[in-house]
Design a protein around this ligand. Structure first.
Ligand code: CP
Length: 292
């Protein structure tokens, strides 16, 4: 694997190899890379988890992380993404991890660039490392995907997490259900009320309402959304005993999920963050090994 751009490019075999390697890292295996690779994290959109988690993963597999501050880079003076990444290649980097607001920004990097590209989120497109850590979390919980009912609830149209996970989970044999207000379905066939989704779901994956990507909508009510589409205290009580709650975070507490459910027994929200480090170690190791 030379790059990680979209879950649509990964075979189920490649997904399973990454999940197995993440498990090996969690079990204490160390990196077997043959040299110290130089990498940089280029985040043109805000991030807490993904950026820090990649930095920790890079540190744990022995990479040198070269600081890159997107807000003080020459991109702010109009330099293109291609010229920025080519410049970093000439300086000696082996891989760059990029988050940017433009869908499929990576297409302009596919010809003429010889550093590995890892997509840490492109606009409303894909978020493959989040999807892989979500899959790792589900696999650790259930041991399989086939036949699991996974409900993805929230701002589907703006969610790169929803798109990445839908493709991967369906390919792995899970039944994926979407729930959202009618205007947020983004072309997916979705439920617009919880119907019986609470009772049948093995995984309820809440998504953040992405206020920053919505045009000002004065009629939006956080409380109204919570009651109609959120995971309320009452709904949680109707979940299967074995079912889990997930959320890629950051969380809008009391909007998509009741605040007191964020750390309840069946919530894996902070566990997902922990799993992200092992998964990103596996992603980085796999891609850098491909360059050896
Ligand atoms: N889940 C996720 O991508 O979080 P950050 O925006 O904090 O990286």
């Amino acid at each position: 694997m030379k790059n990680l751009l979209s879950m649509e490019h990964l075979t189920t075999e490649e997904i399973n190899q990454i999940l197995d390697l993440a498990q090996a890292f969690e079990n204490g295996e160390t990196s077997s890379l043959s040299r110290t690779y130089k990498v940089a994290n280029l985040f043109f959109e805000p991030s807490t988890r993904t950026k820090t988690s990649f930095e920790m993963a890079e540190y744990k597999i022995g990479c040198h992380v070269i600081p890159f501050d997107a807000g003080f880079s020459s991109v702010t003076k109009g330099e293109t993404m291609y010229d920025t990444v080519k410049t970093l290649e000439m300086i000696g980097l082996d891989a760059v991890i990029i988050r940017a607001s433009e869908d499929e920004y990576y297409n302009e990097l596919l010809d003429g660039i010889n550093v590995a590209i890892i997509n840490a989120g492109d606009g409303a497109g894909q978020h493959p490392s989040q999807s892989l850590l979500d899959l790792y979390t589900i696999k650790k919980e259930f041991g399989y995907f086939e036949g699991l009912n996974v409900t993805i609830a929230g701002d589907i149209s703006h969610s790169r997490v929803a798109k990445s996970n839908a493709t991967a989970l369906q390919n792995l044999g899970a039944n994926v259900h979407f729930l959202c207000p009618e205007e947020w379905s983004g072309g997916f066939e979705a439920h617009h009320s919880w119907d019986n989704l609470i009772e049948i779901s093995d995984v309820i994956m809440l998504l953040r309402v992405q206020h920053e990507r919505h045009k000002v909508n004065k009629s939006f009510s956080k409380e109204g959304y919570h009651q109609e589409f959120g995971l309320t205290i009452e709904r949680e009580k109707q979940m299967k005993e074995s079912a889990i709650i997930m959320h890629p975070a950051p969380v809008n507490r009391d909007v998509e999920i009741a605040s007191e459910l964020v750390e309840c027994d069946r919530s894996r929200i902070f566990e997902q963050v922990r799993n992200g480090v092992y998964t990103r170690m596996a992603i980085m190791e796999t891609i850098l090994k491909g360059r050896e």
